[in-house]
Design a protein around this ligand. Sequence first.
Ligand code: 5GP
Length: 191
Amino acid sequence: MARPERRVPLTLVVCGAGGAGKGSIVAELIQRDPTLWLSRSWTTRVQRPGEPDDAYVFVSPEDFEARIASGGFLEWARFFEYLYGTPMPDIDPERDVVLEIDVQGAVQIRERDPAALVVLVLPPSREEQRRRMHHRGDDADHVAKRLAKSDAEEDIGRTLADLIIVNDDLDRAVTAVQVSLRERRATDASE
Ligand code: 5GP
């Protein structure tokens, strides 16, 4: 639904550790709300087997560095051995943008845009988080490394988040984000 009275689009940041379930929440949210669009990140990591071609813009380290140099990222971060970044978005006054990024990126967005709505997604348990990462094809070594990083990522996320949700029930988690979004949009529209 168009909201012509509001000109400045909102940035919704969905962050959290790997395996927290950010992706499933974002996919369902976009499905439910056509006034949202998902920014497609750039990465230097290789495409996983079975991963859709449009999951990322897969680029070489050289291309990524060139884009950093030209100021073409809203934020970017190194996550283990790879680089990930959000390209400068094309502003669409009718739609709010969703960024599915790590907490280092969320810190940068918060600094640039204090009005961004930041959601931290937590897994129901470390065991469930491990299971999800394993299930999507991460090898055991990589899963262990990412789990070891999770406490620190969550601590940073908690300092930023407007909303913290445990992804144990997808419908409830997505509804919680929708409620926050609705409240924020109502506040923005009344200012
Ligand atoms: P993966 O390699 O598992 O797809 O992603 C690794 C981590 O990088 C995840 O936490 C993911 O959310 C994060 N990520 C994906 N795109 C971006 C981005 O554009 N910027 C930042 N800072 N993190 C990203």
